[in-house]
Design a binder for this molecule. Structure first.
Ligand SMILES: Nc1ncnc2c1ncn2[C@@H]1O[C@H](COP(=O)(O)OP(=O)(O)OP(=O)(O)O)[C@@H](O)[C@H]1O
Length: 623
C-alpha cells in the first residue's frame, strides 16, 4: 500500500521527539569577551573570529561534524527580536558548542544557534499562531502531486529518487528534514535534488506550493557540508559566501532564509539574509559573523558589492527563486550586472539553478545565458496551476466590486476554522487601491491590513505577521505578495483586480492550495480584463475547473492584445524546454505558440525587450 506523506507524519513526529530529547547537555565554557563588549547583554555580543584552522566542520574529513551524523548539538539560546526575518539576529549568546566553521570571516564555533524548530522561539505572536499551527498537517493530500507528468531534457539526466533516504544528503540535514516533518520528497524534489547534487546546472519549473525551496536548498546545504575545507581570501571586512540565493522580494528572501536556517540547523552551514528597506548595518554585522549561504534581493546585494563588503568570488552555487521574475524587465539589468560584471565565477565554474512555477519562453532564452549545459526540468506543464485550487471567475462590474467582496467575506466568516476566520488574500493592481480597499474593509467591520511597495519595510513585515497569525485575517496586497510567500491557512485568494499577465495570476492564486492542501481562488472579471479572457479560460480548463459559458464567449472574441498573454495552448502538457522548439529565435510568443500548430491559441509576436510584467502605463508594484 502506498503511504502518503500525511500518513507518515505521525510516525515521523514521534521520531523527532526522540531525536530532540537526545540532545547532549549544554556545555559550559568560559569565553573571551573583548573589552568593548563587556557589560553588554550576552545576546548582543558578536563573536570573535578565530584562526582558520579552527574550522571543525570544514576539515575535509567526511567524518567531521558537518557531514557526520554526530549527536545533535544542544539547543541553546533564543532569538532576539530582530528587524525583519523570523530569525534575523539568530546567533545569540556565547559559550555554546556550535558546529560552525571559523576563519577570519567565519562563523565562530562558539556561537550558539537558535533552534528554529522551537515553537517558543518562533511563536512571537503567541497563542494565535500556535493555534493555527496545530491545524497544520491535517487533511493534507500530498499524493495530489503523484500523477503530474514530468519532463526533463538535456544531456545525461541523473535519475530521480523516491525517498530522501535514497539521496545521500548527510545525516545532519536528514535530521532537519525529519524535524520539518517532510516524510517523502515532492516530485520536484525527487527530480531536482539528484540533478543538483550531480553538480548540473538546472532550469526547473514546478507548480506553486510544490516544494521548490527545499529542492534548491537541500543540495546547496548538503554540498557545502561535503566541501573540503575552502580557504577564503582574507580581505578586511569583505565576506566571501559560497552560495547565493536571489529572490525578487524582501519578504520572500526572509522566508527562504528562515527555511534555509531550519534545513541547515546544526550542520555548521551559516545562512544570512540581506534585503532592502532594513538597516544595512545590522545585516553587515550579521555577514561579518560569517556566511556560507547568502539569501538576498538584488538591490541590497549590489549595494553590498559596491561597498566592497561582499565578494562573489567564492560563489560555487547560484540559485534564482522566481527566476522568470528575476529576468523580467524590472530586474534583468541588475541581474546581468551581478552575474556578468561583478566577481562571480563564470558559468560552468559555478553551479547555477533557476526555479519558478512559470517560465516564458523568451525568459528561458535569456536565462540560458547564465547556464552551462543545463538540464531542463518541468513538473506539470510550465505555467500551469495546481488542481488543488478551486478557481472561480465571476463577472463583476467595477462599481460592484466592493459589495461583491463583502458578500464573499460574509460567506467566508461562516466557514472559519476553529472559530477563526480563514485567511483571505485580496489582490489589487495599485498601491493606492490597496490602501483605499483596506480602509473601506476596516470601516465595514472586516479587520484588514495591507502590503505594498509604498509601505515601510517595518509596516510590511508587521502586516504580514498580523495576517499570518490570523489577527488580521484579510490582507489586501499588490503583486509584491504574489510570488513565493508560503502562508499557511490562506483559504481564499480574491483577484479583486485581475493582473495583465496570466503568469501573475498563476502565482497569485498559488498563495492558496499549497503543499497538498486545497484552496479557493475567486476572480472578478469585467471588460477591463478582456485580454486575460483566453489564457484564463484555457488555464482553468487545463486545471479541470468549470469555465463559465460567458467567459468562453469572451475568450473566443477577445483580442490577442498587447499584454502578456503568452500561453501557447497546445494541450495539457505543452510548455517545455525552449531549446526543443524549432521556432526558437523567431521572436514568437511564449512556448513556441505562434504558428507552430493548429492548436496554438496565442501566437502573438511579442517584443519582450519592452514588455515585462506590466502593460504600458502600469507601474510595477514590485520592490
Ligand atoms: N517534502 C515535503 N513534505 C512536506 N511538506 C513539504 C515538502 N516540501 C515542501 N513542503 C512544504 O510545502 C510548502 C510549499 O513549499 P515551497 O514554499 O517551497 O513551495 P514553492 O514550490 O516554492 O511555491 P511557490 O511557487 O509559490 O514559490 C511549504 O510549507 C513547505 O514547508
Amino acid at each position: 500500500m502506498r503511504t502518503s506523506w500525511a500518513d507518515s507524519v505521525a510516525s515521523s513526529a514521534s521520531e523527532i521527539a526522540v531525536l530532540d530529547n537526545s540532545s547532549v547537555p549544554r556545555p559550559t565554557r568560559s569565553t573571551y569577551v573583548p573589552p568593548h563588549l563587556r557589560n553588554r547583554q550576552a545576546s548582543d555580543a558578536p563573536n570573535q573570529p578565530g584562526p582558520a584552522t579552527e574550522r571543525p566542520g570544514f576539515s575535509g574529513n567526511a567524518a567531521g561534524p558537518r557531514w557526520s551524523g554526530g549527536a545533535p548539538k544542544p539547543e541553546l539560546g533564543r532569538s532576539s527580536p530582530g528587524y525583519g526575518c523570523g530569525y534575523a539576529g539568530a546567533i545569540v549568546g556565547r559559550g555554546g558548542s556550535g558546529g560552525g566553521w571559523n576563519n577570519s570571516r567565519g562563523w565562530d564555533k562558539r556561537e550558539r544557534e537558535v533552534n528554529p524548530f522551537d515553537d517558543d522561539v518562533n511563536d512571537k505572536a503567541g497563542d494565535a499562531e500556535q493555534a493555527f499551527r496545530e491545524q497544520e498537517n491535517t487533511g493534507i493530500n500530498f499524493d495530489a502531486y503523484e500523477d503530474i507528468p514530468v519532463e526533463t531534457s538535456g544531456e545525461n539526466v541523473p535519475p530521480p529518487v523516491n525517498t530522501f533516504a535514497d539521496i545521500d544528503l548527510g545525516e545532519l540535514l536528514n535530521q532537519n528534514i525529519r524535524r520539518c516533518k517532510y516524510v517523502k520528497p515532492t516530485p520536484i524534489q525527487r527530480h531536482a535534488i539528484p540533478i543538483a547534487l550531480a553538480g548540473r546546472d538546472l532550469m526547473a519549473c514546478a507548480q506553486t506550493g510544490s516544494g521548490k525551496t527545499a529542492a534548491f536548498c537541500f543540495p546547496i546545504i548538503s554540498s557545502i557540508m561535503r566541501e573540503q575545507y575552502v580557504q577564503r581570501p582574507r580581505v578586511a571586512r569583505t565576506v566571501y559566501p559560497l552560495a547565493l540565493i536571489l529572490s525578487p522580494t524582501r519578504e520572500l528572501s526572509c522566508q527562504i532564509h528562515d527555511e534555509a536556517k531550519k534545513f541547515s540547523y546544526q550542520t555548521g552551514v551559516k545562512v544570512v539574509v540581506a534585503y532592502g528597506g532594513a538597516p544595512i548595518n545590522q545585516q553587515l554585522r550579521e555577514l561579518e559573523r560569517g556566511v556560507d549561504i547568502l539569501v538576498a534581493t538584488p538591490g541590497r546585494l549590489v549595494d553590498l558589492l559596491e561597498r566592497a563588503r561582499l565578494s562573489l568570488q567564492m560563489i560555487r552555487y547560484l540559485a534564482f527563486d522566481e527566476a522568470d521574475r528575476m529576468l523580467d524587465m524590472g530586474f534583468e539589468p541588475q541581474i546581468r550586472k551581478i552575474v556578468e560584471q561583478m566577481d562571480l565565477p563564470n558559468r560552468g565554474v559555478r553551479q547555477t539553478m533557476l526555479f519558478s512555477a512559470t517560465f516564458p519562453r523568451e525568459i528561458q532564452r535569456l536565462a540560458s545565458d547564465f547556464l552551462s549545459n543545463y538540464i531542463f526540468l518541468a513538473v506539470g506543464r510550465v505555467g500551469s496551476s495546481t488542481d488543488l485550487i478551486v478557481q472561480r471567475v465571476e463577472f463583476v462590474l467595477e462599481s460592484d466590486k466592493r459589495s461583491h467582496l463583502m458578500d464573499l467575506l460574509h460567506a467566508q466568516r461562516e466557514n472559519g476554522a476553529h472559530g477563526k476566520q480563514a485567511l483571505t488574500l485580496v489582490f489589487v493592481e495599485t498601491k493606492k487601491g490597496a490602501d483605499s480597499l483596506e480602509n473601506w474593509l476596516c470601516i465595514n467591520g472586516f479587520p484588514a491590513t495591507t502590503i505594498h511597495g509604498d509601505r515601510t519595510q517595518q509596516e510590511r513585515e508587521l502586516a504580514l505577521r498580523s495576517f499570518k497569525t490570523g489577527k488580521t485575517p484579510i490582507l489586501v496586497a499588490t503583486d509584491v505578495a504574489a510570488r513565493g510567500l508560503d502562508i499557511p491557512h490562506v483559504a481564499h485568494v480574491v483577484n479583486f483586480d485581475l493582473p495583465n499577465d496570466i503568469d501573475d495570476y498563476v502565482h497569485r492564486i498559488g498563495r492558496t492550495g499549497r503543499a497538498g492542501k486545497s484552496g479557493l481562488a475567486t476572480a472578478f472579471f469585467n471588460e477591463g480584463s478582456l485580454s486575460l479572457a483566453r489564457p484564463l479560460a484555457e488555464l482553468m480548463q487545463e486545471a479541470n475547473q468549470e469555465v463559465p459559458a460567458w467567459l468562453t464567449r469572451y475568450a473566443s472574441r477577445a483580442p490577442y492584445g498587447g499584454s502578456k498573454n503568452r500561453r501557447s495552448g497546445g494541450g495539457r502538457f505543452g510548455g517545455r524546454d525552449f531549446r526543443r522548439e524549432s521556432s526558437f529565435g523567431k521572436n514568437l510568443d511564449y512556448y513556441g505558440g505562434g504558428g507552430n500548430s493548429g492548436n496554438s491559441a496565442y501566437g502573438v509576436p511579442r517584443n519582450y525587450g519592452g514588455g515585462g510584467g506590466y502593460a504600458p502605463g502600469v507601474v510595477s508594484a514590485w520592490d
